[in-house]
Design a protein around this ligand. Sequence first.
Ligand SMILES: [Zn+2]
Length: 247
Amino acid sequence: MSSPLEQAILDIGLPPEWHVAVEVRPRRSTLGIEVHPDGSVLIAVPEGVDTHEIVPILRGQADRIARAVAGRIAIGGVHPVKELVDGEHFSYLGRTYRLRLTEPAEQPVRLHGDWLELAVEPNGRPRGTALVAWYTAQGEAWIRDSVASFARGAGVPTPQTRVSDLGARWGVRERDGRIAVHWATFQLAQPLIELILAHELTHLRVGKHSSLFRQELRKLVPELSARERWLADVGSEVWLGATRQAA
Ligand SMILES: [Zn+2]
């Protein structure tokens, strides 16, 4: 950033790791702020507007920009549909495993080396819901082991948690103060699971995605924006449970 306008934006004190670009748009009459899916922020400025006029407007919009950027915590994109056949790829805690169908067993899913083993039903069919149940149980164990230390870091009492299907959301703070995390989250690398957990824990203290929220969240996740971009990059690769029949 080098122009007087860009310098003025720096002076407002938006987080330095945000990719903020400024474009002069001759046809615009008002200031526009666009947050792109990759997390970059574009500030569209009408032609001929003086820097001194823009700075206070931007300052007043800082919270709106923060909310828009934090809004990327939602799961976006088109997600894969998996075929439950030997060799299909599944991720768990950021590592890729290949599916191997096994004989019917009491414990239908287990990790074995580089393989994710799924026992077929007595009728010979594999069931995707067994995998969802396995991710859910693994996720519950992960959260149980981690939530207390993260809550301490966030300065909140350890909340009750649950793991379930949250539709298009990675996590949610529920009305009763519980925190819910999507089962699909546990396909992600641990730093991303930590980001999602830290985000919801921070909501126990700050309800809205304000600049205060980001300031508090950054205490738990110092490289916040880089991790949010990472999550936005890989989020659409996550399997949300859709399967198709083998041909
Ligand atoms: Zn949130």
